[in-house]
Design a protein around this ligand. Structure first.
Ligand code: GDD
Ligand code: MN
Length: 376
């Protein structure tokens, strides 16, 4: 009989939950007569998990892969999926937070073609959170979820409980598994067209503790930035360039005021100098943030060329203001509008030259190379 389902369960210090989760899966699937395997992927917990898994394997279709020297939830999940033999893959936590009895529903949705990616969701009708979650944890989870909504057309894109057909698995080299949200990563990179959700009650773990740390949350923000860059490359660049530009304006004003009060220099001199400081600030942040996936052009080449294009942009900004207010009667009485138009033209010029001339894109094959997962 061909194997219908592989249940991938990443584990780290979960010896006290292993048996319960294996039995819960068995209960849920045996009654439905779904042929399955459980693959635990353990990162060398050394808490007796390995021995226990071997013992469970006597009576249940489970096995454990132990990784040595490599750690991390996302890579553990990918490792498990690579070993899976089932037609469908389900990923779930070991700590009994995810109700195994929802798996058959997930399978049905995939088989009927209703969905091509299914998550166990806390945030659809019928879903719920453990009542012990305090307001801070709920808010934290909500905010993290909202940030991801434009990337995925589901309500709980953060869920670690999800299922899809193994044939739909995106190629490994397209994935950058940083952090915790491997489900979101797969959903976005796999270009799934019909994602869907089954409601779950998310129970708090009884044994052991969560490994989700603050560091993990910062990593999540970096992960989100990458996914936005992948999904909406132009918009992501535009927004980041804009944010950097606004911060650069603040630097400009601070330098302008600071130079005058600290050195007593005249305002025109301060204005001329602050421009270079602000433009250099913009260059640094655009290099590390906005255009982080562009060629690493030598700094001594890129910095002056960014300054030069900024200067031209500035000239366009001020020049268009001058022309509008001097030659177009309408703007004589609408000077602020002229100023805004000047700013937009200058910004547009800077943005276009930055993305085409200063921060040069990789050739296609180099880009693929860049996206290949890197070892942490
Ligand atoms: N192999 C391996 N390596 N497994 C890990 C690692 C690791 O480095 N870190 C965590 N795990 C396993 C845990 O043993 C558990 O089975 C599962 O991954 C989830 O870890 P928890 O520490 O229980 O995470 P959580 O409860 O804070 O977060 C869960 O809920 C989130 C939504 O609130 C996860 O399911 C997240 O993916 C989910 O976003
Ligand atoms: Mn948990």
């Amino acid at each position: 009989m061909s194997l219908k389902l592989s249940v991938v369960i990443p584990t780290f210090h979960e010896v006290r939950n292993l048996e319960a989760v294996a039995r819960a899966v068995e209960m849920a699937l045996r009654t439905q007569q779904i042929a399955y395997e459980v693959i635990f992927v353990d990162d060398d917990s050394r808490d007796g998990s390995e021995a226990l898994a071997a013992q469970l394997a006597d009576s249940l279709p489970v096995r454990m892969i132990v990784r040595h020297g490599e750690k991390g939830l996302s890579t553990a999940v990918l490792h498990g999926i690579a070993e899976a033999r089932g037609e469908i893959v389900v990923v779930m936590d070991a700590d009994l937070s995810h109700p195994a009895e929802r798996i058959p529903d997930m399978v049905t949705r995939l088989e009927s073609g209703k969905n091509d990616f299914v998550v166990g969701s806390r945030y659809v009708t019928g879903g719920s959170l453990d009542p012990s979650w305090n307001w801070f944890r709920r808010l934290n989870s909500k905010v993290a979820t909202w940030l991801a909504l434009p990337l995925a057309r589901i309500r709980d894109p953060m869920s670690g409980f999800f299922a899809f057909r193994r044939a739909d698995m995106p190629e490994a080299h397209r994935l950058s598994p940083i952090g915790y949200k491997i489900g979101l990563e797969l959903l976005v990179k796999g270009e799934f067209k019909k994602p869907g959700e089954v409601p779950i009650h998310f129970a708090d773990r009884v044994h052991g503790e969560s490994k989700l740390s603050w560091k993990e949350q910062v990593r999540y923000l970096r992960h989100l930035r990458r996914l936005y860059q992948y999904r909406f490359p132009f918009l992501a660049e535009f927004l980041q360039f804009g944010i950097v530009g606004v911060s650069g304006f603040a630097v400009d004003v601070l330098l302008y005021l600071g130079l005058q009060s600290l050195t007593g220099m005249g305002h025109l001199m301060a204005r001329a100098l602050s421009f270079w400081g602000a433009a250099s600030w913009n260059w640094v942040w655009n290099r590390v943030l906005t255009f982080s996936n562009r060629q690493k052009t030598r700094k001594l080449v890129q910095w002056p060329s960014f300054l030069l294009t900024s200067l031209i942009g500035f000239a366009i900004n001020v020049g268009s203001y001058y022309v509008l207010t001097h030659y177009v009667p309408f703007f004589e009485s609408h000077k602020i509008t002229a100023l805004a138009i000047g700013v937009l033209l200058g910004f547009g010029f800077n943005f276009i030259t930055a993305r085409l001339l200063v921060f040069i894109p990789y050739e296609a094959e180099l880009l693929e190379e860049e996206r290949r997962p890197r070892r942490r």
